[in-house]
Design a protein around this ligand. Structure first.
Ligand code: PA5
Length: 446
């Protein structure tokens, strides 16, 4: 099956020629089989692989009905979560939203605001201020139900909501997405009678955007989750065979070929500011999946042409350990033409009458040629437009490629032992019960 996502590796050929990529096909095939058949490390976390085709119509309709209820009751919906319980929804909503939605008073759906993704005191203070006279609801998302950042945000905003509308109405405006049985959030949701959705045990946080974790906030923001899932299902079917027709195999094999040739850093590039958070989601997906056992491509991201004016020098001329993966959107949603100016004082009349996107595309091509000439291999991923169906395809493509790539790297792509270290130290410093021994040890290091 063909999808609308195209992966072009021709401009990576100076370091990873097609022959090198083809030579990795047997390894990629083996890795793909591990993902599809569940025969590799971390195989108890492969539930994400068939979310697009196994999520039922009834489950999607339940999510949509819950979203409608929040839309009806709220001007703002605060989506509380961090990491995999935050980035997927943020990425899709930003990609699909009007860039100035936050400033528009004519916006019909509730504005989705994110919290619990940091511990910024001013952030929470200012959020409480914003919500002080607004009708708002809360979606609280935590798979473990015990993560500190969202737990703090939820405690603060739950108190505010209850004070404003009373406990009973607040319980109607809070939806919890968490483990089926375990964790403090599950217990709280049961006691308070919140509407809940389950994050299945076999779906890890960074692979959870196509579960209620991502789908509910995306639906609340007004976007078509049926189309998103349909696109993801198309990519699920298109990434089954171990051939160069499979875009996930091509991407995984090429980036591993580049890594083995000394390209240790991958920079995800976009030429559309709406993709900034898709790159943040991608960074978590690849960073947490591959960065372990002393290995892993370092995932970085830039927004072009903005960052050509800050990172462009380094990329063109710095240490030659990088490669670029560009996500290029074929067509913008709206047309804006550069006007003619009779005085032409800015000298821009040579592009008068052209669409802004044509200028952007020339920036992309010019940059690609300059960077490839400067020793930066380039993988180009094209997507027809920022629409739900194509984003669904893109998300599943990156997830599948991540599983394949992680196995090719010979790591377990589905655990994240390194994320725990900071938490232990923070708990010890804060004096959390049970961390007494660590408290003494860490205080000695300050
Ligand atoms: O990918 C992961 O597992 C992490 O980034 C988690 O999503 C993040 O730590 C949040 O965890 P939780 O959903 O349990 O609150």
């Amino acid at each position: 099956m063909k999808t609308n996502i195209n992966v072009n590796i021709a401009q990576a050929a100076a370091v990873a020629p097609e022959s090198a990529v083809k030579a990795l096909l047997p390894e990629a095939a083996d890795a793909l089989a591990k993902v599809d058949n569940g025969t590799g490390a971390g195989n108890d976390f492969l539930g994400w692989t068939d979310l697009p085709t196994h999520t039922t119509q009834a489950e999607l309709e339940d999510i949509i009905a819950t979203a409608r209820s929040l839309q009806k009751d709220c001007e703002y919906v605060v989506c509380i979560g961090i990491g995999g319980s935050y980035l997927g929804a943020k990425a899709v909503i930003e990609a699909l939203s009007d860039s100035f939605a936050a400033y528009r008073i004519d916006y019909t759906n509730p504005k989705v605001i994110f919290a619990g993704q940091n511990i910024g005191e001013d952030y929470l203070f200012e959020l409480r201020n914003l919500l002080a006279d607004k009708k708002f609801g809360i979606i609280v998302i935590s798979k473990s139900g015990t993560t500190t950042e969202p737990a703090i945000a939820f405690r603060i905003l739950k108190e505010q909501l209850e004070q404003r509308v009373g406990k009973e109405e607040a319980s109607r405006r809070i939806v919890a997405i968490t483990d089926a049985k375990r964790g403090a959030l599950r217990q709280l949701a049961t006691e308070e009678g919140y509407k809940t959705f389950v994050i299945d045990d076999n779906v890890g946080g960074r692979f959870s955007v196509l579960s209620p974790v991502g789908l509910l906030p995306i639906a609340v923001a007004g976007y078509d989750i049926m189309a998103l899932m349909a696109g993801a299902a198309e990519m699920q079917l298109a990434t089954k065979e171990a051939t160069l027709e499979n875009p996930a195999v091509v991407y995984a094999a090429t980036r591993n070929a580049l890594y083995r040739a000394g390209k240790k850093i991958e920079i995800l590039v976009n030429y559309n500011p709406k993709l900034h958070f898709l790159a943040e989601w991608w960074k978590q997906l690849y960073g947490e999946s591959e960065g372990k056992d002393g290995k892993g491509i370092f995932p970085a991201a830039v927004d072009f042409s903005t960052d050509l004016h800050s990172m462009g020098q380094w990329i063109q001329d710095g240490e030659r350990t990088i490669f670029e993966t560009v996500i290029s959107v074929d067509a913008p949603e709206h047309e804006t033409i550069v006007p003619t100016d009779n005085d032409n004082l800015d000298g821009l009349n040579y592009i008068a009458g052209k669409r802004v996107d044509e200028v952007n595309k020339m920036a992309e091509i010019g940059t690609r040629i300059a960077h490839v000439d400067g020793g930066v291999p380039n993988i180009r991923i094209t997507i027809p437009a920022l629409r739900e169906q194509y984003l669904g395809q893109l998300i599943y493509f990156f997830e599948k490629a991540c599983g394949i790539s992680g196995y090719m790297l010979e790591v377990n792509p589905f655990d994240q032992p390194g994320v725990e270290a900071y938490k232990r130290n923070m708990f010890a410093l804060l004096g959390k019960p049970g961390y007494e021994a660590e408290t003494a040890a860490i205080r000695a290091k300050i």
